[in-house]
Design a protein around this ligand. Structure first.
Ligand SMILES: Nc1ncnc2c1ncn2[C@@H]1O[C@H](COP(=O)(O)OP(=O)(O)OP(=O)(O)O)[C@@H](O)[C@H]1O
Length: 225
């Protein structure tokens, strides 16, 4: 039996007030099963990033309810949201977000240090995730010595390191050429299965949508049926 890992009910998000109010999300209802790989498409400004930020607890909804792994994110205190992001939800960014002076290994070990994983387990896990993204031979290079695709593989390895239940990726392939972008989207699909995660990825690229299990479209803050 499949269970929902993410449950979104009646979510709205309005920025500003009065005449200047921007209704970024106007009532979103959505359920995402555990282990599902979902792609969100929509034009620029349709609300994709806003939705991802609400699911990951980086922003707060104006109204509605979001559950992640059975926990009500919309009712959490700031401290609880921090714990959620450290333990259960991780992000991959379009701009990779790696620390330039740290090697690939050191970048990947950051979330494990934050979670106070003992050094031996940490080193083992870092080797495991870097191998699973195909970077076993590049562990001691800093981001500036890696290609864009390799840097995003480090970003993915870092996101996976602490075994999150949910991976959120906002345009993870936006800075990559089409061939590398395809490799990264395929890799996310493989990792979702091998690491038994749920993943939600936004993308503008129609060619990449077919790599996800399901495609959701947002237009003007609504889901398109
Ligand atoms: N912090 C903010 N303050 C005011 N308006 C905002 C804020 N964040 C987003 N918006 C507005 O909300 C709407 C949705 O933005 P959002 O970034 O979610 O779109 P998107 O679909 O991710 O776009 P893109 O594909 O270009 O990243 C836009 O009109 C945007 O200008």
């Amino acid at each position: 039996m499949s269970t929902d890992y993410v449950r979104i009910e009646g979510i709205t998000r309005t920025f500003g007030a009065g005449e200047n109010a921007v209704h970024a999300l106007r009532g979103i209802d959505l359920a995402i099963r555990q282990g599902e790989y979902v792609a969100i498409k929509g034009r620029s400004g349709s609300g994709k990033t806003t939705l991802l930020n609400l699911i990951g607890g980086l922003d707060r909804a104006t109204s509605g309810r979001i559950e992640v792994g059975g926990a009500d994110v919309t009712a959490m205190t700031d401290a609880e949201l921090l714990t959620l992001r450290r333990e259960r939800v991780s992000y991959v960014f379009q701009s990779f977000g790696l620390i330039p002076i740290l090697t690939a290994r050191e970048n990947v070990s950051v979330p494990l240090r934050l979670n106070k994983i003992p050094p031996r387990d940490r080193e083992e896990r870092v080797t495991e995730v870097l191998t699973s993204v195909g970077l076993a031979g590049h562990q001691n290079q800093v981001p500036g010595q890696l290609s864009g695709g390799q840097q995003q593989r480090v970003g993915l390895a870092r996101a996976l390191a602490a075994k999150p239940g949910l991976l959120l990726a906002d345009e993870p392939t936006g800075q990559l050429d089409s061939h590398t972008a395809r490799d990264i989207m395929t890799l996310i699909g493989t990792l979702v299965r091998t690491e038994s995660m749920t993943a939600i990825v936004t993308t503008h690229d129609p060619l990449l949508l077919s790599l996800a299990d399901r495609v959701i479209e947002i237009a003007d803050g609504h889901l398109v049926a």
